[in-house]
Write a protein that binds this ligand. Structure first.
Ligand SMILES: Nc1ncnc2c1ncn2[C@@H]1O[C@H](COP(=O)(O)OP(=O)(O)O)[C@@H](O)[C@H]1O
Ligand SMILES: [Mg+2]
Length: 339
């Protein structure tokens, strides 16, 4: 990688930006993440231009023509507030032959669909919950081959969107009720999976070919009623009051039975490769009381926020934040500029 790169940082704007003076927006706390990344890129001596994207593609093309970047640092998660378009922007960069960070459009497309993801993982002898899809508007599907309780979730959303206590269903009527709710309120196909009882871990991986699995993180529910099922609802993930009331914390993994951490690391690498992720990724994993490891979800381009799982795991592995950002840039460069 050249020592000095012209980096174009692209990121989501909830509204159409007026011009490219983002200073006003960046004052609010919501933008801390972008500020941290800019600071890290500056620290490693890179020249950064910024482009906030909402629902227009032309400004991106114009920017790339006028100020050809060596690489695009891709923080974009949606287009016109639609997450399903995330991969299309990367596809556009591929057409324009501009190097970029993170995973290719093909992996973003596959991983956004939790059913496709499972179909790719299953032949690699990775355990995934058995499931049935209820396409939007259809509620007649046989649930006979699923063991209850089940878990009902949107087939392709992120950040626990559409996940609440009632995602856990102990019988058919409760399951169908939640399916209907997702159809009506989230306008999405519903994925009904067998519920995987147990602890939940987040495995962050960095690399392209040689992969490094960073120290595991775990979500713990310290004050939650013993008999209640524990999983990461929207509130459990994002609502600080709710989290402190129920003692929900994201922490480094508590001790694991002998050999399991290595098993999880091995399986994480296999999944990362099978889905052709690049640069960095994160797996959501559940471990049953019988020590069976299930992959719940694979996230290409997970959040790079300083306080999020990947950066925390990197720090534990003695990779400071600026160095993590440097590696993400370097890994992107290796795949898309050299290739
Ligand atoms: N089959 C399942 N069994 C048990 N818990 C699940 C299952 N699927 C999802 N969950 C819980 O719901 C959370 C969110 O589901 P996930 O598939 O990771 O969606 P998101 O993309 O919103 O993160 C998980 O972190 C986990 O706590
Ligand atoms: Mg998840």
């Amino acid at each position: 990688m050249k020592a000095h790169l012209k980096v174009l940082l692209i990121f989501d704007m909830p509204v159409r930006p007026a011009g490219t003076d983002y200073a006003k927006h960046f004052r609010s706390e919501d933008w801390q993440n972008i500020q941290d990344i800019i600071a890290a890129l500056n620290k490693i001596g890179q020249e950064v231009r910024l482009l906030g994207i909402h629902d227009r593609i032309r400004p991106l093309i114009t920017e790339i023509r006028r100020h050809p970047p060596d690489i695009v640092f891709n923080l974009l998660e949606s287009f016109a507030n639609e997450r399903k378009h995330e991969s299309s922007i990367v596809g556009l960069l591929e057409l324009l032959k501009v190097p970029y960070t993170g995973s290719p459009s093909s992996s973003l497309t596959i991983c956004r669909n939790k059913l496709f993801t499972k179909r790719i993982l299953a032949p690699h002898r990775i355990k995934v919950p058995r499931s049935v899809v209820f396409p939007l508007g259809q509620r007649r599907r046989s649930l006979r081959h699923l063991k209850f309780p089940v878990f009902v979730k949107p087939i392709g959303q992120e950040g626990s969107d559409g996940i609440a206590q009632s995602s856990f269903a102990e019988n058919v009527p409760a399951c169908l009720e939640r399916v209907l709710f997702l159809h009506e309120h989230h306008h999405t196909d519903a994925l009904v999976e067998e519920y995987i009882e147990g602890r939940e871990f987040y495995a962050s991986v960095i690399g392209n070919h040689r992969l490094r699995v960073l120290p595991l993180r775990e979500i713990i529910f310290t004050e939650f009623p013993e008999e209640k099922p524990k999983f990461a609802t929207f509130k459990a993930k994002w609502d600080e009051d709710f989290r402190s009331r129920w003692g929900i914390k994201n922490t480094f993994a508590l001790p694991l039975p002998e050999g399991l951490e290595q098993k999880i690391a091995h399986l994480s690498r296999t999944a990362f490769r099978a889905l052709q992720l690049k640069g960095y990724g994160r797996l959501d994993i559940r471990l049953t009381p019988e020590n069976e490891i299930y992959v719940i979800e694979v996230n290409p381009n997970p959040a790079l926020n300083k306080d999020d799982e990947l950066a925390q795991s990197a720090l534990k592995a003695k990779i400071p934040y600026y160095d993590l950002i440097r590696r993400v840039l370097q890994l992107g460069w290796e795949v898309t500029a050299k290739g």
